[in-house]
Design a protein around this ligand. Structure first.
Ligand code: 15L
Length: 266
């Protein structure tokens, strides 16, 4: 069991899942966001922090032996927003980890949008080239590269999870391929903090979906066996909506509609 686990972005969709379900991993859970964390639970400590503030991030990270980094901008946005949270914020986090007395193991919430311009007919693994589908996707590629450099140079271990669509249920037909259940997500985090040697893997964050495009054989050593399959929702989805036209972005590209989003100007 870890002494102190930091969860950033703990007020977001997946950050809240982490807050609710990872309490058993450490004696103390330090939860962080810019705002909106409510009351601290029994083994929680709340630290408000803007990832763009270097000194604040250093104080946030000190004393933590694990970090689940869910913080940052989670969809396409203006460059200024992305740069503060996902570029500067990532650099601040890794500098803080390098300087900390505890050298934390890090989980980085990367995204399928790092590879979103690959066609749905392609099968990808950890060695496939990145192909970001927007500035948000570019920031995730940057984050993965930063994690790789801090591992090679300073030995900091990171699991970069290219999260697909982690919701209670798939919301459209594309998500039959990208869906990851909350249970499989939690099981993955547990394995990442248990395995003796982590290294710096790229992991596709998806359940054991029949319709999957992604191959996680390279990270078999983690011992993560996703147990859920989006197929159980197919009939419900078919009844709720028409499948997309064959030439719609959501049926052509792995990143779906993110591929047709423009540059957001401030
Ligand atoms: C993401 O990276 C987003 O954070 C999430 O809201 C979903 O849109 C997901 O990708 C997806 O591709 O379904």
């Amino acid at each position: 069991m870890m002494k102190r686990l930091l969860i950033t972005g703990a007020n977001g969709g997946l950050g809240s899942v982490c807050r609710q379900r990872l309490g058993h991993l450490a004696e103390t859970i330090r939860i962080s966001a810019r705002k909106g964390l409510g009351e601290a639970g029994p083994n929680e400590e709340i630290v408000y922090c803007d990832l763009g503030d270097k000194a604040a991030v250093e104080a946030l990270v000190e004393g933590c032996d694990g970090i689940v980094h869910m913080g940052g901008q989670a969809t396409e946005a203006s460059w200024e927003t992305i740069r503060n949270a996902n570029i500067d914020g990532m650099f601040h986090l890794y500098e803080a980890a390098r300087k900390s007395s505890t050298t934390p193991r890090i989980i980085f919430a990367s995204s399928n949008h790092a590879i979103g311009f690959h066609k749905q007919t392609e099968r990808l693994d950890a060695k496939s080239p990145t192909r970001p589908d927007g500035l948000y996707g570019v920031s995730k590629v940057f984050g993965e590269a930063l994690a790789s450099m801090y591992h090679d140079k300073f030995g900091i271990e990171t699991a970069s999870i290219r999260i697909g669509s982690c919701f209670p249920e798939p919301k459209d037909h594309r998500m039959l391929s990208t869906w990851m259940s909350h249970d499989d997500f939690v099981r993955l985090i547990e394995r990442i903090f248990t395995v003796p040697r982590l290294g710096c893997p790229i992991i596709y964050g998806a359940s054991a979906n029949d319709a999957s495009w992604w191959d996680n054989r390279e990270v078999a050593y983690l011992g993560w066996r996703p147990q859920d399959n989006s197929e159980v929702f197919r009939a419900k989805l078919d009844a709720a909506m028409e499948p997309p036209a064959a030439d719609a972005p959501t049926a052509v590209y792995q990143g779906g509609v993110f591929t047709v989003d423009g540059i957001h100007e401030e």
